[in-house]
Design a protein around this ligand. Structure first.
Ligand SMILES: *[C@@H]1O[C@H](CO)[C@@H](O)[C@H](O)[C@H]1NC(C)=O
Ligand SMILES: *[C@@H]1O[C@H](CO)[C@@H](O)[C@H](O)[C@H]1NC(C)=O
Ligand SMILES: *[C@@H]1O[C@H](CO)[C@@H](O)[C@H](O)[C@H]1NC(C)=O
Length: 551
């Protein structure tokens, strides 16, 4: 196993994640299997309890791990499946060491940061790097390790010390350290001082990077590279320019032209074939020349916090790429629809498709229901995810089945018709109800409609009978109403393996009206859009029928 550790300096939010994923993508194009670990120097033990306001979206993994968006970025870029152990935090490491101490594993010795914490970190990295994450189920050749935070933080120092020791544990030919820095351009001059200081901090910890990635608004000049080389103890060729490009998919191409793969090979001595980025390259280059635009309207809550909807946005983009359209995303506050704000309704009416994603907190549900009603009645393509699916069900019960007062007990515990209600998964160990989290089975048990046509959703999933998608919910469609809803016309085409939990709703005779209890956005990929999102964009661009015929 080869380890490529990436540290960062100067400021956070530099696009360290994109740089690292792009390096991984390039190595994959050279025929290597790549996995990734993210180290976060926080004391939190999992992200499920963290506020979406502070941290953006909660990203759900197959194993039910709730993490932040970085692991999602790795999964998408590298097309891999990570587990919760791929996210290492200070809290997790300390908890582990303290548990061992309580159990007497240390035989009464004094337990210290060095060596106990630092060893635990190294053991963890070695163990998790071996977990297969690629589709073929084989162990990776290369493990990318991102160290969050910036070098010089008090928090990250114990991880950096562990990594300093780690290079000797695994052998220096299996370990490469890199550094992502910022080269600001001030009065047209590329400034290298922040990079120099960052590397100096790293070297004071006994670590010296072999490769320096410089984020900048413009391409690094040769004199700038030379200067960084002189002050930071690396050859000028190992200073890479990661300047702004038209779209993030071009970053792997940018690294390829600077021969990153050969620089890595020189130190890590792996077998490489010459890189073939294939479809990825076509996608990255062609995207900017598309002229058609598709307008999609996202109806949510606190839509100012766009990070909370990151995977949804990415999924829409991936689907737009597959339809060769530029995405024009409009944001509408669900409560504005309730309050009849003209501007909000205009956006809904103008859009070619509507997406209602999952939500947190209880404001805006009625607005989402109004959007679902509008799309149903006006044959506008609609995709509802999680709460957006529940809005479809409640709307249909109220307005088509005339179940007056139909509601979700999440918002109204005494609703007359509790068509969406609390049905948690029972956890045998805690004896309590817990959130239904992670990958679960959906079966298309009712795929054929009265007119003989087959569910569009099923077709979009390649006509598979069984699919696996990720979940995160506590409320769901009340089984008591299922037959009435289904026979009343809103087809509940997909269900879980017991047939008790409803997963997919679809309205026959409508261009595209689909709701999913699960979160398809977590498994979308740039070159393999999530089927429900793909369907929405195909319908919005008028390509759905042609696509289904071509299958
Ligand atoms: C890892 O877990 C910690 C603790 O919950 C969280 O703060 C951090 O954002 C997570 N990182 C990733 C990449 O998921
Ligand atoms: C990408 O662009 C090239 C050149 O313009 C064109 O030949 C090719 O068909 C395009 N491919 C896709 C998938 O759009
Ligand atoms: C559903 O419940 C919400 C929250 O209590 C309430 O505001 C709304 O009026 C209810 N809708 C109906 C149709 O009962």
């Amino acid at each position: 196993m080869k380890y490529i550790v990436v540290t960062g300096g100067v400021v956070s939010g530099l696009g360290k994640g994109v740089t690292i994923s792009s390096m991984g993508r390039l190595l994959q194009a050279c025929g290597l299997r790549v996995t990734a670990i993210k180290i976060d120097p926080y004391l939190n033990v999992d992200a499920g309890t963290m506020s979406p306001f502070e941290h953006g979206e909660v990203f759900v993994l197959d194993d039910g791990g709730e993490t932040d968006l970085d692991l999602g970025n790795y999964e998408r870029f590298l097309n891999i499946h990570l587990s919760q152990d791929h996210n290492i935090t200070t809290g997790k490491i300390y908890r582990h060491v303290i548990l061992k101490e309580r159990r007497g594993d240390y035989l009464g010795k004094t337990v210290q940061v060095v060596p106990h914490i630092t060893n635990e970190i190294q053991d963890w990295i070695e163990r998790v790097a071996k977990i297969p994450t690629s589709e073929d189920g084989k162990e990776a050749d290369v493990c990318l390790v991102e160290v969050g935070g910036t070098v010089g933080d008090i928090e990250s120092s114990v991880f950096l010390e562990a990594l300093r020791q780690f290079q000797f544990r695994v052998g220096t030919e299996n370990f490469l350290l890199s550094f992502v820095s910022l080269v600001p351009v001030i009065s047209e001059e590329q400034k290298t001082k922040p990079t120099q200081h960052g590397v100096k901090d790293l070297r004071s910890l006994g670590l010296s990077p072999s490769i320096i990635f410089c984020r900048s608004t413009e391409e690094l000049s040769e004199p700038t590279k030379q200067k960084i080389s002189d002050f930071c103890h690396v050859p000028a060729n190992n200073v890479l320019s990661v300047h702004d490009v038209k779209n993030i998919y071009q970053v792997p191409l940018l690294l390829e032209t600077q021969n990153l793969h050969q620089l890595l090979q020189a130190q890590l001595k792996f077998d490489l074939k010459s890189p073939d980025l294939g479809n990825w390259k076509t996608m990255a280059n062609n995207m900017s020349s598309w002229t058609d635009t598709v307008q999609i309207c996202l109806i949510g809550k606190y839509t100012g916090l766009q990070d909370s909807y990151l995977s949804i946005i990415k999924s829409l983009r991936h689907a737009a790429i597959a339809c060769e359209h530029k995405l024009d995303l409009q944001w509408v506050e669900a409560t504005d629809l309730e309050n009849n704000v003209d501007e909000a309704w205009d956006k809904v009416k103008k859009a070619q498709g509507i997406i209602v994603p999952g939500g947190f907190g209880n404001r805006g549900f009625e607005g989402k229901i109004l959007a679902a009603q509008y799309c149903r009645e006006n044959k506008k393509p609609y995709l509802g995810v999680c709460l957006g699916f529940q809005a479809v069900v409640v709307e249909y019960c109220r307005n088509v089945l005339n179940l007056e007062g139909a509601n979700s007990t999440e918002f109204d515990e005494s609703a007359k018709h509790q068509v969406v209600f609390f049905m948690p998964e029972i956890d045998k160990t805690t004896m309590g109800g817990t959130m239904r989290l992670g990958s679960r089975v959906t079966k298309f048990t009712h795929p054929t409609f009265d007119d003989g046509s087959i569910s569009i959703t099923k077709q979009l999933y390649g006509n598979k009978d069984v699919i696996h998608e990720r979940h995160r919910h506590r409320y769901e469609v009340n089984p008591e109403y299922v037959d009435q809803i289904h026979e009343g016309g809103l087809k509940l085409v997909g269900r879980d393996e017991t047939g008790e939990r409803m997963e997919v709703a679809e309205l026959p005779g409508h261009p595209y009206y689909v709701g999913a209890q699960y979160h398809p956005e977590f498994k979308s990929r740039p070159l393999a859009p999530s089927p429900p999102f793909h369907g929405l964009l195909l319908a919005a661009t008028g390509k759905l029928d042609g696509y289904l015929k071509s299958l």
